[in-house]
Ligand binder design. Structure first.
Ligand code: FAD
Ligand code: NAD
Length: 464
């Protein structure tokens, strides 16, 4: 093999953080290699946020079309053309991917290597290029952004039946007649509601006692109620035992429920029970990089591994798995590597939004977390039926909830389960970032009749 090519920096993976970092380093005059084994853009652009949120939008149109008569608008029978939904999704995905690819290939000082990288020594990687060649590259600074992938389903019989994951579900030719979903987390809920709205029968099987275990009980319960009202079967505290394919092609799942064993039959099975890190092919052990027991790369609060000069960002470092977290990891690395700053993961507030309808926007502490910490708290809660905008638009499902420190009046966290809940949550997030007391939102003047005006009412509940 020819001698290794030396760069100033190497980044592996082209997610949001993985694209911005090499471009920024190259703009600062560094000679950078960026390696990607699959499509440019990583999970979010190709098989994560972009395609799912595009399809969620189609599902919402179907939902609204069916509700047209509530608004005095009559349509004919509603049907969903899955192929057209997928084509729309694919067009948006490919447009985004191409845009990112153009930016990367145009960047001066940046070599985009299309292939799979693995470590051969602490600062050296071998890249198996897609054209069959192999390159050895080395750099004093290496950033790993290789992400995670769907965990294979570990139940008896799974190896001999077709199990869908979040990627393959978006490639189906026909609408599942009955979609069985294992997992009551983000992926299970977003796809479950989406396919129900497309016209499938949907059963969600959640091992834990309720959906979205990290949220408060009232949030999980309200979502479960809304899903059931939409015709989704939600089974909680239910553990899949084994699965087999019947002679007619249907899938039979044996589950253990609090009431005893039960058999469920569906046309398709989606495994949405978690994800695993992409660290095997990377052979980080050849560089002496420490992994945790599940294979995630261990980093300190500045994202550096135990090998000085080797960093990890995004999902592969464990912790919150969101595109905005990957983006914030880029901020930390840019600040520390280029601006001589001292940015850290520990003081950041990472919000999230689950794109069910109505959305769940969440930031900061849940009520349960605050109580566990022994905080002196007050909890504000307002049903969406009390918000004029929600009434006028016929979107009264859900509630707003905020946890306030009773001593300082600062907002500790919120759960906004409402139409555009993510946007409303972000208003509260900004108040939290500015350390505003809740009274600032209670007394603030917000346009009538916006959803934001509901914040006046939400925080008024604390003093009424
Ligand atoms: C269905 C779904 C929906 C989601 N929706 C949202 C959402 O709405 N909002 C949100 O914030 N997050 C969402 N996420 C999560 C989000 O996609 C991830 O948190 C985000 O993509 C993390 O980016 P990352 O930096 O970890 O890199 P990734 O996006 O995981 O990219 C890693 C890249 O590294 C490449 N790679 C891996 N190993 C190698 C190697 N050895 N050599 C070369 N290249 C390699 C991979 O091909 C990949 O392109 C969703 C995820 C899924 C699955
Ligand atoms: N809107 C968003 O931001 C968004 C959307 C999708 C995914 N994501 C990211 O992707 C990550 C992965 O999503 P996910 O839904 O796969 O994982 P998750 O961890 O959110 O949910 C997995 C769920 O499966 C359940 N479970 C585990 N094993 C099971 C089994 N054998 N049978 C039944 N249930 C089982 C768990 O109790 C959990 O509720 C999320 O944590 C999130 O960070 C984000």
């Amino acid at each position: 093999m020819p001698q290794a090519t030396t760069y100033d920096a190497i980044v592996i993976g082209t997610s949001r953080g993985g694209r911005l970092l090499p471009i920024t380093l190259a703009k600062a005059g560094r000679n950078v290699a960026l390696i990607e084994r699959d499509h440019i853009g990583g999970v979010c652009v190709n098989v994560g946020c972009t395609p799912t949120k595009t399809m969620v939008a189609s599902a919402r149109v179907a939902y609204l079309a069916r509700r047209g008569s509530e608004y005095g608008v009559h349509t004919g029978p509603i049907s969903v053309d899955l192929q057209a939904v997928l084509q729309r999704k694919q067009g948006i995905v490919e447009g985004a991917r191409k845009g990112h690819e153009n930016l990367l290939t145009a960047a001066q000082g940046l070599d985009l290597l299309r292939g799979e990288a693995h470590f051969t020594a602490p600062k050296t990687l071998e890249v198996s290029l897609q054209d069959g060649e192999t390159r050895e590259i080395t750099a004093p600074l290496i950033v790993i952004d290789t992400g995670v992938r769907p965990a294979p389903l570990a139940i008896k019989g799974a190896e001999s039946i077709p199990v869908l994951n979040s990627t393959t579900l978006m490639e189906l030719d026909t609408l599942p007649e009955h979609l069985l979903i294992l997992g009551g987390g983000y992926i299970g809920l977003e796809f479950g509601q989406m396919f129900r709205r497309f016209g499938s029968q949907v059963t969600i099987i959640q091992r834990r006692p309720r959906l979205l275990m990290s949220e408060d009980e009232d949030v999980s319960d309200e979502i479960t109620k809304m899903f059931r009202e939409e015709g989704i079967t939600v089974l909680t505290g239910t553990t899949p035992q084994q699965v087999e394919q019947l002679s007619d092609g249907r899938i039979q799942l044996t589950v253990r429920t609090p009431q005893g064993d039960q058999q469920l039959t569906g046309s398709h099975l989606l495994a949405a029970a978690g994800r695993i890190p992409n660290t095997e092919a990377l052979t980080p052990e050849a560089a002496g990089i420490h992994l945790d027991q599940e294979g995630y790369i261990q980093v300190n609060e500045r994202l550096e591994t135990n090998v000085p000069g080797v960093y990890a960002m995004g999902d592969v470092r464990g912790g919150p798995a969101f595109t905005h977290a990957s983006y914030d990891d880029f901020r930390i690395l840019r600040t520390n590597l280029l601006e001589h700053g001292s940015a850290s993961m520990w003081d950041r507030l990472v919000p999230h939004t689950i794109f069910i309808d109505p959305q769940l926007g969440r930031v900061g502490m849940t009520e349960n977390e605050a109580r566990k910490q022994g905080r002196n708290i007050r909890v504000a809660k307002l049903p969406m039926t009390a918000v004029p905008r929600a009434l006028e638009t016929g979107e009264t499902r859900g509630f707003m909830k905020a946890v306030v420190d009773a001593d300082t009046q600062h907002i500790l966290g919120c759960a906004i389960l409402s139409i555009e809940g993510g946007e409303i949550m972000t208003i509260i997030q900004v108040a939290m970032m500015g350390k505003l007391p809740y009274t600032a939102l209670k007394e603030g003047i917000f346009t009538h009749p916006l959803l934001a005006e509901g914040l006046n009412l939400l925080f008024m509940t604390l003093d009424s």
